[in-house]
Design a protein around this ligand. Sequence first.
Ligand code: HEM
Length: 493
Amino acid sequence: KRDIYALEKQLRSGLRSLPFLGHGYLFFGNNQTLMKAFQRLGRAAIKNEHGLCPLWIGTKFYTVMADCEAADFVLKTALAKDDIMKMATLFLGNGSIFAPVPIWKPRRRVLIPTFGTKNMKHFLWIFNKQSNVLTEQLDKVAGSGTVSIWRYYTAYTMDSIAEATLGYQMHAQTNSGHPFLQAFDTGLEQCAIRLCSPWLHSDVVYHNLPIYKKLVAMKNYMWGFLKELIDTKRKEMKKAEKNKQETNDCDSNESMTTFLELLIRSPGADDGYTDTEVLEELMVIMIAGNDTSAVGSSFVTLMFARHPDVQEKVLEELQQVFGESDRPVSSKDLPRLKYLDAVIKETLRLYPPVPVTTRKIEKEIILPSGIKLIPGTGALMNIWAIHRNPRQWGDDAEQFRPERFLDSPLKHPAAFMPFSHGPRNCVGYQFAMTSMKTVLSSVLRRYKILPAEHSPHSQPSIRPIRLKFDLMMKDVDGFQIQLEHRSKQRHSY
Ligand code: HEM
C-alpha cells in the first residue's frame, strides 16, 4: 500500500481519516447524510489543486474527482465498474449497466441501435399518450394546494418505459396496485438501503437475513413476469413472420417497435439473444430509465416554481411553437424547444439525478496532471462537484442560469456529464431528453407552476433544496409544488 499512501499524501484534503473506518464515518446516518458526504468530498476536491481528494472506506481507497479533465481520462480508460456495484446483480444478473467489461461490450453494441433516432419517433408517440394520462391525473389536483409532483412523474415514466420496453400497458398512473410495480419499488428501495448500509455489504451476512429471501421472491416474480412476455412476443413474431404481416409504417401505433422486439431481433451471440440476455437487458432499461427521468423532470418542475422568470420564458417559447394548441409534441417541434432544452440541462447540471459514479482502477493510470492512480483502488466521479466546479463554470457556478447553455459552448466536453461520459455513458440520453421535453411541455402549457405553500419565514426561492441519496439524488421533501390551470389565470401573464 506504499503507493496508495503516497497518492493520499499528494491529495490531502483536510478531511480526517480514522483508523479502520477511514472516511466511512462521513456516511453514517440516513440518506441525507449520505448526500451531504458526497457534497463534502466534492467541495474538498474542488478546493484541492488538482480537483481531487482522497477517500478511504475502511481499507478501500478511492480518488474523488471534481475535475472534469481527470474524470474524462478515467472514464475513457477504466471501463470496469467498482465492486460495490456487484450488489445489483441480484436483480440485473449480467445486465449491461454493471456487467464486467467482456459481457458489457457486445451488449452495448446491441443496445446502441435500439436507441437510434428512427426508433425515437416511435417512442415519442408513447410519451405523448402517457403525458395525456398525466395531465388527466393532474387535473384532479390542480388548484387544490400543495402536491408532490414526484409521484406523478414516476408513474408517467413507468408507464412510458413499460410500453416502450415491453409493449405492456402497466397503468401505473391510474392504478398503483400492479404486483410488478410493488416488486419493482420494494426491490429498489431495499437495494438502496443495502448500498447505504456498509454492514449489509457482505454477502455472507446479507444472504442470511429474512429480507434477502423476500427480495429473491420479488426478483423471481419480476423475472417470471418478463419471461412470460418474452415467450409471448417470440411466438407473436414467429407467427407474424410466417404470415408476412410485418409493416414499416412508423407513424402509427400498429407498427410500434418495442425494446423487447428490437432485442429479440438483434443478432446477439451465435443464435440471437437468449431469453436470459433479453431479460437482463429489459431489467436494465426499466431500472436505469425509470426514476432517473422522473427525478430529472421533478427537479425541472421545482426550478419552474422557484424561477417564475424562467417559467415565463419557456412558456413564451411553447407559445411560439404550439400557439394556443394542446396538440401532441412532434419530432419537428423538439429542435425548436431550445430554451426548454437549456433549462433541462441547467437543472441536470445543478441537480444531476446520478450524482456520483465509480470505476475500478485495474491498471496504473497517469492523469494529465501527472497524478498516478494505483491498481486496486477506485475512482469516484463526483458529478455533483464537477458540475459546480468554478474552474469550468465560473464564479456563478452555484446559480441557476439556463442561458449559460445558450451563450457559449462547454469549456470541456466532460464539464457537463449528467449522463456520464466516455464509452460507458448513458445510452438512454436521447430517450430521456425526449421524454422529459414531451411531458414538461405538456404540463407547462396546461398549468402555471407555483411554489408549495410554506411557512412564512422560509422563502422558497432562497431556501436550499434538501437533498438525499437513495440510488439517485432526490428532494427530501418530495418535490412539492402547486399547480394552477392556465386557462383560469392566463391573463396574469
Ligand atoms: C435523466 C435521465 C437519465 C440520467 C440522468 C441517466 C444517467 C445515467 C448515467 C450517469 C449512466 C452511466 C453510469 C456510469 O457511468 O457508471 C447511465 C447508464 C445507462 N443508462 Fe441512463 N440516465 C437517464 C435515463 C436513461 C433512460 C431513459 C434509459 C433507458 C430507457 C437509460 C438507460 C441506461 C443504460 C442502459 C445505461 C448503461 C449503459 C452502459 O453501461 O453501457 N438511462 N445513465
